[in-house]
Design a protein around this ligand. Structure first.
Ligand code: GCO
Ligand code: MG
Length: 404
């Protein structure tokens, strides 16, 4: 029997920080898992190195489900981003190994293709409305069928607005988190007008998305959703924090704008009410933060029963390993909606050699590459030592902390 011989944790910052797990079997087969938790990376690296790697050595890499149960139930402490990201890294690495052993791409192990490619949405942004319109048009020219639109709120918000390179669109700071001002009334006045401007100038021939990024209360979200109904959004994302799943009932009663939730949620229990009461239209949990391919499929299957579709998080702080794993899952599930996609920085792609390809607004993987189709170049990674960075923090104009 082949066994797990080695498990290594790499932390590097090629463009931004990634934590990567590489498992090697006694037959010399390797598998990769992403373990990146933006701004809290070393917590997952330590969880893996100190508490998980010692448990893996000598185990059968083929028993993916059993390993998932062992790491989840065996820890006693349940859920949470650090634990679920660590479990995800092991799970994805084992799927990668299983594919390589079988000589098949992972999507084949998951049941085979349900579609020819995975529709993605890109991130358009602007410091003002004309800049946003140009950026949305640029994505359309690149072939995107779905575009997310964000513009800086005059005088306050810069969330979602790229500064220079794509990888740094969330201004991450080295010493302490950058503090950004926030005003909900200013956002509520402005955001509906730029979404309307996008439709007015560029029409309805593509899917338009918008990320509210947890900034509103349920009632404010209901007001916002109602105001933008004529823009026919594909979704409004994270209109309010989802710790209280029940609060989405209020939003739902007042607006038909579709709702997407899930990028910060880590388990099926965190989306259970949202799904079973049909309070959302898209579930955005990801491979990396929601326990790997094994657990994400469970979430997506539950969602399918309630006509909730998928829309996995895919910002550049999720590594190319996660993007590849997401594409394999997206290709197979019956209830696929859309996949978020931001091109990774060139430095990132020097370290992660990926076979995922973009064409005509969709991502796909090769049919003849076994496993996930991504390799980690350790030598290239050595040129990008770890640089600590934090996500920003939002403060209202009176100085109090707001959800970022
Ligand atoms: C998105 C997200 C990201 C997150 C980031 C946090 O929809 O892409 O909201 O922009 O803020 O991934 O680490
Ligand atoms: Mg988001």
């Amino acid at each position: 029997m082949s066994t797990i011989e080695r498990a290594e944790v790499f932390v590097a910052s090629p463009g931004r920080t990634f934590v990567t797990l590489r498992i090697t079997t006694s037959d010399g087969v390797t598998g990769l898992g992403d373990a990146t938790l933006n701004g809290r990376e070393l917590a997952v690296a330590a969880y893996l190195r100190d508490h998980v790697v010692p448990l893996l050595i000598g185990k059968d890499p083929a028993r993916i489900e059993d390993m998932w149960q062992y790491l989840y139930r065996g820890a006693y402490w349940r859920r949470g981003p650090v634990t679920m990201t660590a479990i995800a890294a092991v799970d994805v690495a084992l799927w990668d190994i299983k594919g390589k052993v079988a000589g098949l791409p992972v999507y084949q192990l998951l049941g085979g293709r349900s579609r020819d490619g995975v529709m993605v949405y890109g991130h358009a942004s602007g410091a003002d409305v004309p800049e946003l319109l140009d950026d949305v048009a640029r994505f359309r020219d690149l072939g995107y069928q779905a575009v997310r639109a964000q513009a800086a709120v005059p005088g306050v918000g810069t969330y979602g607005v790229r500064k220079g390179t794509r990888s740094s669109y969330e201004p991450a700071s080295t010493a302490l988190p950058e503090e950004q001002p926030w005003s909900t009334p200013a956002y509520l006045d402005f955001a509906p007008t730029y979404l309307a401007a996008v439709r007015e100038h560029l029409g309805f021939g593509f899917h338009l998305l918008h990320d509210v990024h947890h900034r509103l209360t349920p009632l404010e979200a209901a007001q916002f959703g109602k105001r933008v109904e004529e823009c026919r959004l594909f979704w409004m994302e994270d209109p309010t924090p989802a710790e209280n799943q029940e609060s989405f009932r209020l939003i739902r009663q007042h607006t038909t704008t579709p709702i997407a939730v899930g990028e910060v949620l880590t388990s099926i229990w965190d989306v259970q009410t949202l799904i079973t009461e049909q309070l959302i239209d898209y579930v955005r949990t990801t491979v990396v933060h929601a326990g790997g391919i094994t657990h994400l499929r469970r979430i997506f299957d539950l969602a399918a029963l309630y006509q909730v579709r998928t829309g996995s998080h895919g910002a550049t702080d999720l590594s190319p390993v996660t993007l590849a794993a997401a594409v394999h899952v997206d290709l197979t599930v019956p209830n696929f909606g859309v996949q978020e996609y931001m091109e990774h920085a060139a430095e990132t792609m020097e370290v992660f050699r990926s076979t995922v390809r973009f064409d005509a607004g969709a991502l796909d993987v090769a049919d003849d590459v076994p496993g996930l189709g991504v390799e980690y170049d350790e030598k290239a990674a050595a040129a990008f030592p770890y640089e600590p960075k934090y996500l920003p923090v939002a403060r209202r104009l009176d100085g109090s902390v707001h959800d970022w």
